[in-house]
Design a protein around this ligand. Structure first.
Ligand SMILES: [Zn+2]
Length: 198
C-alpha cells in the first residue's frame, strides 16, 4: 500500500497538483454499478450522501457497499467519517449514481459525463470537518484533471426525487471551492464554473 501511495504522490507531483491532499485515496474497486468505457468527457461532479439503514453499523464501509451491490449502483468515490477517500470505480468508467436527473441547463443523461462522490452521512448527522476537507480536496483534484463545469448536489439534479446530500452546508462547500479559485453556484450561472473554461 505504501508503494502505491508513493506512486500516486509522485504522479500528483509531476502533474503539478501536489498541493492537493489526495494521498488518502484508497482503491476499493467494485464489480457492479458501472459500465466500462475507454474514454468519455467528464464535466460534472455530483455530491451524494449515503449510509447503511440497517442496525448493524450505519457508517460501516462494507455494509454500505453491500447496499450499493444490492441496488446495482455505485459512485466513483466514497468518503468516510474520518475523511478517508475510497475509490470504488475508475474515473473513466460510467458509474450508476445519478439516476434520472437533469442539469440546470436542461441536459440529462448525467452518469455518462459525471463523477459521483458519496459522503457517509445519514439524515440526522452532519458531515464531519474531515469529510468537508476531503470533499474539497478531491473536488479540486477533479477540477484540475477535467474541464468541470458543474459541481452539484444530487438534490439539484433530481429535485422532488432525491434530497441528498443531507445536512450538508452547501454554502460552505461553494465558499471553500471559491477560495481555491473554483467558482460554482451563482444563481444565474446555474452552478457553472466561470474560472475553468479549459
Ligand atoms: Zn444521491
Amino acid at each position: 500500500m505504501k508503494g502505491i501511495l508513493l506512486i500516486i504522490n509522485l504522479f500528483l507531483w509531476i502533474s503539478g497538483i501536489s498541493e492537493v491532499t489526495a494521498t488518502d485515496i484508497v482503491f476499493n474497486p467494485v464489480d457492479f454499478g458501472h459500465r466500462k468505457t475507454t474514454s468519455r468527457t467528464i464535466d460534472v461532479v455530483v455530491i451524494h450522501s449515503t449510509y447503511n439503514p440497517r442496525e448493524d453499523g450505519k457508517y460501516n464501509k462494507e455494509k454500505i457497499i453491500s447496499q450499493f451491490r444490492r441496488y446495482g449502483v455505485a459512485a466513483h468515490y466514497l468518503i468516510d467519517r474520518t475523511g478517508n477517500i475510497y475509490q470504488l470505480v475508475a474515473e473513466q468508467h460510467v458509474a450508476y449514481h445519478a439516476g434520472k436527473s437533469r442539469l440546470p441547463d436542461g441536459s440529462s443523461n448525467l452518469n455518462s459525463r459525471s463523477i459521483g462522490i458519496e459522503l457517509m452521512n445519514d439524515t440526522i448527522d452532519k458531515p464531519t470537518d474531515k469529510q468537508y476537507e476531503a470533499l474539497i480536496n478531491l473536488t479540486e483534484v477533479l477540477c484540475k484533471r477535467y474541464p468541470v463545469k458543474f459541481v452539484v448536489r444530487h438534490s439539484d439534479i433530481a429535485p422532488g426525487r432525491k434530497t441528498d446530500p443531507w445536512n450538508t452546508d452547501w454554502d460552505l462547500v461553494l465558499k471553500k471551492l471559491a477560495e481555491r479559485n473554483l467558482e460554482f453556484g451563482g444563481e444565474d450561472k446555474s452552478h457553472a464554473n466561470t474560472n475553468n473554461e479549459k
